[in-house]
Design a binder for this molecule. Structure first.
Ligand code: NAD
Length: 505
């Protein structure tokens, strides 16, 4: 071994190598190129060596999915459900190991990565039940001796493209319903979390999912994601990520009239009225702003507070934020882990500089928190205004802006003033104000007296405005993104019956 080898090269040589999963086989990328998955809490630690795939690998994966689709489509839905249930139970039995791998790969603390795996378990169990649920309706006909029914049919090959912040939960929201509906999937996980994605695919394999029904191709958005999106053999795309990437994908999908589900960025807020339980609101704000180091699509990066209680609220929030321990998420006493990578760290700090330039008042944090990993201190700005960049742009890090308002109407105007609409919350003890807010908030999800995070898989998840394109994941509508409706008329009258014409007979 060369003496000039850098420590990263050495670690890469020693790290476990992971492969793509195509057509039921674990294979290397055709180019032989690889990339590293590293630990954001110990930035020089290489966790695994992954396949840096390109168009050739994508092509092979789509071919495998196409080949597997007819057999899987005709597999009875209850049998598909058995496999999904088995996968969910395997996730459950490996929850702790998976949570630890996830904490190492993307940084959030163990209690949160356990929650992430739990969401996948919940989704697997829930989706398995679709196998024995009605798949259509019987609707009365306007004519005699005619049966009208509808049924869901799968689309074909689905591309699932996912981000790193919920690296098991988000893929599971997509893959479980997609395969339950009878589709075949090509899964492209985020390049920051390919190991945990591989673990999920391994479980599907062990649970007995036939080869080709789920294919894993790791690599960059440009070399894998973009190629998948453009391929005419891909019938549907389920994408979660940034609004910029989502718009780019929507243009391509639109040109080809492809089914497309988009779950994109957010600029979520908590409204705190003067009658609210302030310590409860601070509990919620702390969790929503700094949980997952602020890197949740539903993170509260705006705290819209009645000016009469702003001082009490900010003082208590600052006091609580000061006690948060930043560090490696594997340590039991860590409250907040690192951000995902160097680019994210720089971006968060850039917004601190922007906030200062815009004359927001820095109340807490605003700088780096250690050099071993990508750590940033929980950061609170006050005296925010809706025209500030900090109030409009998604920062996706542990940084939040307190914005004073004088009444509920102004609070709602500020809440609705961004391009996004994923999750909003209001803290108040006045029922009428709560209902007014529920009605007026331009948001896919609204919470009352609870923070902006905490979605449960049995309810639809998604946002309005530039957060998405109208689709919802999970809940009773989970199959909508992955199925077409087929409408079937069966005439057993033995004669020609004309709809709208022979109706009186
Ligand atoms: P990102 O858009 O950079 O990447 C998401 C995925 O898309 C990755 O797998 C990436 O490789 C791939 N990708 C990037 N460019 C692509 C392209 N041109 N074609 C095809 N694929 C491409 O987002 P990210 O940084 O991984 O995640 C953070 C973003 O995701 C934030 O904006 C956050 O709000 C959003 N998010 C939204 C939700 C939601 O449900 N609304 C949930 C989680 C995260």
């Amino acid at each position: 071994m060369s003496q000039t080898m850098t420590s990263e090269q050495k670690q890469k040589t020693e790290a476990k190598s992971y492969k793509n999963y195509i057509g039921g086989r674990w294979v290397e990328s055709k180019s032989g190129k690889t990339f590293s998955s590293t630990n954001p809490a110990h930035k020089d630690q290489v966790l695994g060596v992954m396949q840096a795939s390109n168009a050739d690998d994508v092509n092979q994966a789509i071919e495998a999915a196409q080949k597997a689709f007819p057999g899987w489509r005709h597999t009875p839905a209850p049998a598909r459900g058995e496999i999904c249930l088995k996968a969910a139970l395997m996730l459950e039995s490996r929850k702790e190991d998976l949570a630890r791998i996830m904490t190492q790969e993307m940084g959030k603390v163990l209690k949160e990565t356990r929650g992430d795996v739990q969401e996948a378990i919940d989704m697997g169990k829930y989706a398995a039940g679709f196998g024995r649920q009605p798949h259509g309706e019987t609707v009365p006909s306007e004519l005699r001796n005619k049966l009208c029914i509808t049924e869901r049919v799968p689309l074909g090959v689905i591309a699932c493209i996912t981000p790193w912040n919920f690296p098991m939960a988000i893929p599971s929201w997509k893959i479980f319903p997609a395969v339950m509906a009878g589709n075949a999937v090509v899964f492209k996980p985020a390049s920051d979390t390919p190991i945990i994605a591989t673990k999920l695919v391994e479980i599907f394999e062990e649970a007995g999912l036939p080869g080709g029904v789920l294919n894993l191709v790791t690599g960059s958005g440009a070399d894998v994601g973009d190629v998948l999106v453009k391929d005419p053999r891909v019938a549907g795309i389920s994408f979660t990520g940034s609004t910029a990437a989502g718009k780019h994908i929507a243009e391509i999908a639109g040109r080809n009239l492809k089914r497309l589900g988009l779950e994109l960025g957010g600029k979520n807020c908590i409204v705190v009225l003067d009658d609210a339980d302030i310590p409860l609101a601070v509990d919620g704000a702390l969790w929503a702003a700094f949980g997952t180091s602020g890197q949740r699509c539903t993170a509260a990066s705006r705290l819209i507070v009645d000016q009469k209680v702003q001082k009490d609220f900010v003082d208590l929030l600052q006091e609580r934020a000061a006690k948060l321990k930043v560090g490696d998420g594997l340590q039991a006493d860590t409250d907040m882990g690192p951000v995902i990578n160097e680019g994210a760290l720089k971006k968060v700090h850039e917004y601190t500089e922007i906030g200062k330039r815009e004359h927001a008042r820095l109340v807490h944090g605003g700088d780096f928190a250690g050099s071993d990993g990508w750590f940033y201190r929980p950061t609170i700005f006050a005296d925010g205004r809706k025209d500030m960049r900090m109030a409009q742009e998604e920062i996706f890090g542990p940084s939040t802006l307190v914005m004073p308002v004088s009444n509920l109407d102004e609070a709602l105007d500020v809440a609705n003033s961004t391009q996004y609409g994923l999750s909003m919350s209001i803290y108040t003890n006045d029922l009428r104000k709560a209902f007014h807010a529920i009605e007026e908030m331009q948001s896919g999800i609204v919470y009352v007296n609870a923070p902006t995070i905490g979605a449960e898989i049995q309810l639809p998840f998604g946002g309005v405005k530039n957060t998405g394109n109208g689709h919802r994941e999970a809940g009773t509508v989970a199959l909508d993104e992955f199925t077409e409706w087929k409408t079937i008329y069966i005439d057993y009258s033995g004669r020609l019956q004309r709809a709208q014409i022979d109706t009186g007979e």
